[in-house]
Design a binder for this molecule. Structure first.
Ligand SMILES: C[S@@+](CC[C@H](N)C(=O)[O-])C[C@H]1O[C@@H](n2cnc3c(N)ncnc32)[C@H](O)[C@@H]1O
Length: 288
């Protein structure tokens, strides 16, 4: 890591732990800078309510780096040498909460509509945009394989992307605690999950992993793939974006969907009042 050139402890403001101990706010004056950086890079809007979370996560990060002030850190991540630490900062400030079979009716819905697809159309192509640690694309792969919509040899039909390298590394590894896979139905667990080295964990089967192509992609940047996709899952990601950003994304997703393809968003999200070329089907499901 290029962090070797970062000497946060030498900053005039002292370390963030010292500031905390002296009753000062280590974030003083920096929250706004961090908020603007995160917005310009990842489109994520940090609300005032996130101040404590930002303070806690940056203080922990600085402790791991050997100390230093938040001010020094924020200056550093904006220098050319601080580029990879900037990626790290975005990573630690994003929310990666996810689970297997989250908002499960989406998977039933998709497998039902795919059952009407003629066999000659071949296996479907799906994009999990903002896939976090992999539970969403693995759920898709399990459900679609279980119902015969994806077969062995359907390698890479699911594209799964995220801005965070950390969650992508976890997703590629495909190892989860036993309690995390509890939502996976028993019959699917037997086929698609196997023992991991640690007896308290399980690993996704190689056949399932093969169906998914993981890659880093910032939704705010260029999208190198041309699609088209039969379905795009972008669930619980746009919730952190403002309306103009959501609208642009919804339009970009529309262009990448096959005519008749589906966009799934999180249940607490809505594209109502935004301009896009999609038709509302049911809560959190839209169709091109
Ligand atoms: C709360 S998780 C949702 C995971 C999964 N889709 C689900 O619903 O369970 C949101 C994910 O979006 C990712 N994310 C946030 N901003 C992003 C961006 N600009 N580009 C790509 N991914 C982003 C985060 O890293 C995080 O893993």
């Amino acid at each position: 890591m290029t962090i070797s050139s970062f000497k946060p402890g030498m900053h005039a403001n002292g370390s963030s732990s010292e500031a905390l101990a002296a009753g000062q706010d280590p974030l003083e004056g920096q929250f706004e800078v961090i908020r603007d950086l995160l917005y310009s890079i990842a489109g994520i809007r940090l609300t005032e309510a996130k101040r404590d979370l930002v303070r806690a996560r940056l203080t922990r990060r600085l402790r791991k780096l050997g100390g230093g002030s938040v001010t020094g850190y924020v200056e550093f991540v904006q220098t050319p040498q601080g580029r990879s630490e900037l990626t790290e900062m975005v990573d630690i400030l994003t929310t990666n909460k996810t689970s297997f079979f989250r908002e499960a009716n989406h998977f039933d819905f998709l497998q039902r509509v795919l059952s009407e697809r003629p066999a000659s159309a071949g296996p479907p192509t799906i994009w999990s945009a903002g896939c976090s640690s992999g539970e969403e694309p693995y759920t898709l792969a399990m459900v679609l394989s279980h119902h015969g919509r994806l077969r062995r040899g359907s390698a890479g039909r699911i594209l799964a992307t995220d801005i965070s390298d950390r969650v992508l590394a976890h997703a590629r590894e495909g190892v989860y605690d036993r309690e995390q896979v509890e939502p996976v139905p028993e019959d699917m667990r037997k086929v698609y999950l196997r023992k991991a080295k640690d007896p308290d964990q399980v690993e996704v089967s190689p056949a399932l992993k093969e169906m998914i192509r993981f890659g880093r992609l910032n939704l705010m940047g260029d999208w190198p793939m041309s699609g088209p996709f039969d379905a795009i899952f972008c669930r619980n990601v746009m919730i952190y974006f403002d309306n103009p950003t959501r609208e642009t994304l919804a339009q970009r997703f529309t262009e990448l969907l096959t005519p008749g393809g589906y966009l799934f968003v999180g249940h607490s999200e809505s594209l109502t009042s935004l301009k896009h070329g999609l038709r509302y089907v049911q809560p959190a499901v839209y169709r091109r």
